[in-house]
Design a protein around this ligand. Structure first.
Ligand SMILES: [Cu+2]
Length: 122
C-alpha cells in the first residue's frame, strides 16, 4: 500500500512538471527589437513576455523588466552566459544594460528556472 502511494505521488509530480513546461503558460512569440534598442519585458504569471527576443549583434541593449508578480520566484533574473543578474522589485521597472553581443543564443531565467527566456542575437 505504501509503495502504491509513493508511486502515485511520483506520477503526480511528473504530471505537474509536464504541465508546467509543455502545457502550462503559453510561450510569447519572438519580438524583434526595434532600432531604439530598448525593450520592456513583463514578468507575470510565470512567464516573461516576450520570452524570445531577437537582437542585432554588436549593439548594446537596454532591457526593462517590469515585475508584476509578487512571487519571490520572480525576484531575480540571471543571464548565466553573460554573468549578468538583476534583482527585480515588485511592481517596478528595473533597467538592465546589456553589452554589445556576438551572434548566438543567450538564455535567461529566474533562480529556479521557472521563468525562462532567450535572447537570439544575429
Ligand atoms: Cu523562479
Amino acid at each position: 500500500m505504501m509503495h502504491l502511494l509513493v508511486n502515485l505521488t511520483g506520477l503526480l509530480l511528473i504530471g505537474a512538471t509536464v504541465w508546467w513546461f509543455w502545457l502550462g503558460p503559453t510561450k510569447a512569440a519572438a519580438v524583434v527589437l526595434p532600432s531604439a534598442s530598448k525593450l520592456e519585458i513583463l514578468v507575470k504569471d510565470g512567464v516573461y513576455q516576450p520570452d524570445q527576443i531577437l537582437l542585432p549583434a554588436g549593439q548594446p541593449t537596454e532591457l526593462i523588466f517590469r515585475r508584476e508578480d509578487p512571487n519571490p520566484c520572480a525576484e531575480h533574473v540571471l543571464f548565466p552566459d553573460l554573468e549578468i543578474s538583476a534583482q527585480l522589485a515588485s511592481d517596478t521597472s528595473t533597467r538592465l544594460q546589456l553589452p554589445a553581443l556576438e551572434a548566438g543564443e543567450y538564455p535567461f531565467h529566474c533562480q529556479m528556472q521557472m521563468y525562462r527566456g532567450r535572447l537570439l542575437v544575429e
